[in-house]
Ligand binder design. Structure first.
Ligand code: ATP
Ligand code: DGY
Length: 376
C-alpha cells in the first residue's frame, strides 16, 4: 500500500516533520509492507519558509526584525531566483508571545514590512509572504509603517491604536518602497477583514481577545479601512488573514492567493497523490477554520481530484462527518478521543500519534497489520 503523509504542524506539540514521522512510524509498525511518502507541509503559517526551501532550494537570508511585542527576533527568508519567500509568523507569530502577554490590540506586524524591505534591497522582484499563525490584529498597519507609511508610530503600535489615529494615513512612501516588486499574500484562510467572518471575530479569541475586545478591534480595523481605502478591498477573500495583514498587502497593490495552493504546487503533491492508495493529512485542531483553506482541506481536495481516499489525523476534531465528506475526507481520527483526554493527547503527542496511526493502518490495510498497542 502506498501512503502519502501530507501533514501540517500540530501547533504547540509537534512540528510538521515530527508529525509526519510519527504517522509514518506508527503506520509501518502496523503494516510493515506499506510505502510511505512523507510531506511535512505548511499553509502559509509557521513552517512556510522551511517547506519551500526543501522543495525549491535557494538561499536562506538570515536577519533580525521587530517581533510582535516590539523587541528584535531572528528571521530567515528564502531567495529562489528573484523571488523572496517570507513567513510572517516568524516575526508576528502567536508562538512568539507567551500566553500571559497575549493582547491582539498591542501586537504589531512591523517586522513583516522590515523583511519585505530587506528582500527588496537584496534584489527580489517578487515577494511572497506566507500569512497565518499570527498574534497581531493590526490590518497590516505595522507592516505599512515599517515601509514608510505615516503616521508611523500610531500605525506601528498595534490594532487598538487604529481607532483614533492622530493624522490621516499617508501610504505614499510605503508604495514607493515596493515599486517594481510584485507582492503576493499567500494566505492560510479566505476570511474578509471585517464583520462576523472577519479577522477580529474569528481569530481574535485565539490571540487572547475576549468578546468586548473583539468588538473594539473590529471597530478599529473598520476605522483603519475607512481611512485607507474607499474601494472595499477589505471584502476580498484573504484580506482578514493574519490579523488583516492580507488587507495591508492589498493596499500596496499585492495579490492574494492560497498559501496551501502555493505550497502544494511547490512540493508537487499532485504527482505523489497520483500514485498513492491513500492520503493521510492532519493538523493540531481540525475545525471549521480548517475548511476555510487550511492545509488538510487543500490536501483533501488534491486527493479528491484524483479519486484517492483521504483521512485526517488531528489532535482534536470538531468537524462533523457530513462536512468532512463534503470536503473529500473519508474519515477523521482524533488524538484526544484515542488517548481518552486532551491532557493525555497533549502529553507525549508523538507516541500517541504513532499509536493512532497504527490503529488507522490496521483499518485501512486489512490482514497485514500488526497490533497497534505495540507501536506506542
Ligand atoms: N497533540 C495534540 N493533541 C490534542 N490537541 C492538540 C495537539 N497538538 C495541538 N493540539 C490542538 O491544536 C491547536 C492548534 O491547532 P493547529 O495546529 O491546527 O494550528 P492553528 O492554531 O489552527 O494555527 P494556524 O492558524 O497556523 O493553522 C492547539 O491549540 C491545541 O488545542
Ligand atoms: O494568523 C491568523 O490570524 C490566522 O492564522 C488566520 O490567518
Amino acid at each position: 500500500m502506498r501512503i502519502v503523509i501530507a501533514v501540517d504542524k500540530f501547533a504547540g506539540t509537534l512540528s510538521a516533520v515530527e508529525a509526519a514521522e510519527a504517522v509514518a512510524e506508527g503506520w509501518r509498525w502496523a503494516d510493515p509492507g506499506a510505502r510511505t511518502r512523507l510531506l511535512p507541509l505548511s499553509d502559509g503559517g509557521p513552517g512556510f519558509v522551511e517547506v519551500l526551501h526543501t522543495a525549491l532550494g535557494g538561499t536562506l537570508h538570515e536577519t533580525e526584525a521587530t517581533g510582535p511585542l516590539g523587541g528584535p527576533v531572528p528571521a530567515r527568508y528564502l531567495m529562489s531566483g528573484a523571488t523572496a519567500y517570507i513567513e510572517s509568523a516568524q516575526v508576528c507569530g502567536l508562538h512568539l508571545v507567551p500566553p500571559e502577554r497575549r493582547d491582539p490590540g498591542a501586537t504589531t506586524s512591523r517586522g513583516v514590512g522590515e523583511l519585505i524591505a530587506h528582500a527588496a534591497a537584496a534584489g527580489a522582484r517578487s515577494v511572497v509572504v506566507g500569512l497565518g499563525g499570527s498574534s497581531s490584529n493590526d490590518g497590516g498597519a505595522g507592516m505599512l509603517a515599517a515601509l514608510g507609511a505615516e503616521p508611523a508610530d500610531a500605525l506601528g503600535s498595534g490594532g487598538a491604536a487604529l481607532s483614533a489615529l492622530p493624522a490621516p494615513v499617508d501610504l505614499t512612501a510605503a508604495r514607493t518602497a515596493v515599486r517594481g516588486v510584485s507582492l503576493i499574500a499567500a494566505t492560510d484562510v479566505d476570511n474578509p477583514l471585517l464583520g462576523l467572518q472577519g479577522a477580529s471575530a474569528v481569530f481574535g479569541p485565539q490571540k487572547g481577545a475576549d468578546a468586548d475586545q473583539v468588538q473594539r478591534l473590529d471597530t478599529a480595523l473598520g476605522a483603519f479601512a475607512e481611512a485607507t481605502d474607499p474601494g472595499g478591498l477589505g471584502e476580498e477573500a484573504g484580506a482578514g488573514a493574519a490579523g488583516g495583514l492580507g488587507y495591508g498587502m492589498l493596499l500596496l497593490g499585492g495579490a492574494v492567493e492560497s498559501g496551501v495552493a502555493r505550497v502544494l504546487g511547490a512540493v508537487g503533491l499532485a504527482e505523489d497523490v497520483a500514485s498513492a492508495d491513500l492520503v493521510v493529512t492532519g493538523e493540531g485542531s481540525f475545525d471549521t477554520q480548517s475548511l476555510r483553506g487550511k492545509l488538510p482541506h487543500g490536501v483533501a481536495q488534491a486527493a479528491a481530484d484524483q479519486g484517492v481516499a483521504c483521512v485526517v489525523l488531528a489532535g482534536a476534531v470538531a468537524v462533523g462527518r457530513r462536512e468532512a465528506a463534503a470536503a473529500g475526507i473519508c474519515e477523521t481520527y482524533s488524538l484526544v478521543e484515542a488517548a481518552g483526554s486532551t491532557e493525555a493527547a497533549l502529553n507525549d503527542s508523538a507516541a500517541q500519534l504513532r499509536a493512532l496511526a497504527a490503529n488507522v493502518a490496521r483499518r485501512w490495510s486489512g490482514g497485514r497489520a500488526r497490533s497497534a498497542d505495540a507501536a506506542r
